[in-house]
Design a protein around this ligand. Structure first.
Ligand SMILES: Nc1nc2c(c(=O)[nH]1)N[C@@H](CN(C=O)c1ccc(C(=O)N[C@@H](CCC(=O)O)C(=O)O)cc1)CN2
Length: 297
């Protein structure tokens, strides 16, 4: 068996095109343009790339982009004051603070200062609680993107056995809640999990979000399973230079799995497309307008 390659890049492009259509209609019919504010503290090179992509794709979708780039030594008070301004700004419907923040800043404190209605990352404790109790929440972008890819690949997920490897607040935990919401039987595995290969071998769906390059091997995988690789790891190439790999050993897993996301070009592009989806959702909710179908969990 050779796995179907799940083309996240193409799926993300289609989602962005759909969002752009809705944004144009929103402006025309209601005179409202969704606005996304992205806050970057410091000069982490990867974060700079992601923030640039977010700004570009926001504008391409017809939305307003507000970028706030702050020096690495920005104080917590200054950052909280900026968030307070953005919470009050009627042009801003979505607020995102790029992570990781420099060590002297308390991420939880900063995230929980964002108005939950504008929390397009879905990291605010209110949105975490709403998702955990099956209510309408802003859903974290990466897990939302994974869910969209899974539904498109498999259709109804009900009754399937899913393993989520990784228990982060950004991916692992919300992913598990989303799969549970779609009536999967969910195992959350982590660094202390005993006999991880055996647990993975029992799963119809494997979501790897552990941050360890090529950890999940082909002989762990149930033949025909769907494998979603959230990892983005840069490793050295034997001939010099570097390349991106996921948390899944693609070469050994692809011949066994039924479907698999590549890295790059799988989950990553869906993260930013879902950020735009969440911004449109937040804008509609704030203005009391119906949220277009297909953007939320
Ligand atoms: N506030 C947030 N911070 C971070 C998030 C997040 O969702 N919210 N996620 C990650 C980084 N991230 C977006 O911010 C992100 C990561 C990767 C990609 C992506 O498209 N990756 C490409 C490869 C890119 C490359 O060449 O390096 C791919 O997988 O094809 C988009 C967004 C941490 N911080």
């Amino acid at each position: 068996m050779t796995a179907q390659i799940i083309d996240g890049k193409a799926r993300a492009a289609a989602l962005r095109a759909d969002i752009a259509t809705h944004v144009a209609r929103l402006s025309q019919d209601h005179g409202v343009t969704p606005g996304l504010a992205v806050v970057l503290v410091g000069e982490d090179p990867a974060s700079q790339v992601y923030v640039r992509s977010k700004g570009r794709q926001t504008v391409e979708a017809g939305m307003e982009s507000f970028e706030h780039k702050l020096p690495a030594d920005t104080s917590e008070d200054a950052l909280l004051a900026l968030i307070d301004d953005l919470n009050k700004d009627p042009q801003v419907h979505g607020i995102l603070v790029q992570l990781p923040l420099p060590d002297h800043l308390d991420s939880d404190l900063v995230i929980n200062a964002i108005d939950p209605a504008k929390d397009v990352d879905g990291f605010h404790i209110s949105n975490v609680g709403l998702l955990g109790t099956g209510q309408d929440a802003m859903v974290p972008c990466t897990p939302l993107g994974c869910l969209m890819l899974l539904r498109e690949t498999l259709g109804d997920l009900s009754g399937m056995d899913a393993v989520v490897i990784g228990r982060s607040n950004i991916v692992g935990k919300p992913m598990a809640h989303l799969l549970l919401g779609d009536s999967c039987t969910v195992t959350i595995a982590h660094s202390r999990t005993r006999d991880l290969p055996a647990r993975v071998a029992a799963a119809d769906i494997v979501v790897a979000a552990v941050g360890r390059p090529q950890m999940v091997k082909g002989d762990w995988i149930k033949p025909g399973a769907t494998v979603i690789d959230v990892g983005i790891n840069r490793i050295d190439k034997p001939e010099g230079g570097t390349r991106l790999v996921g948390d899944v050993d693609f070469d050994s897993v692809a011949p066994v799995a039924g479907a698999i996301t590549p890295v790059p070009g799988g989950v990553g592009p869906m993260t930013i497309a879902c950020l735009l989806a969440n911004t449109l959702t937040a804008c509609c909710r704030i203005h009391g307008l119906p949220v277009p179908e297909g953007l939320t969990a």
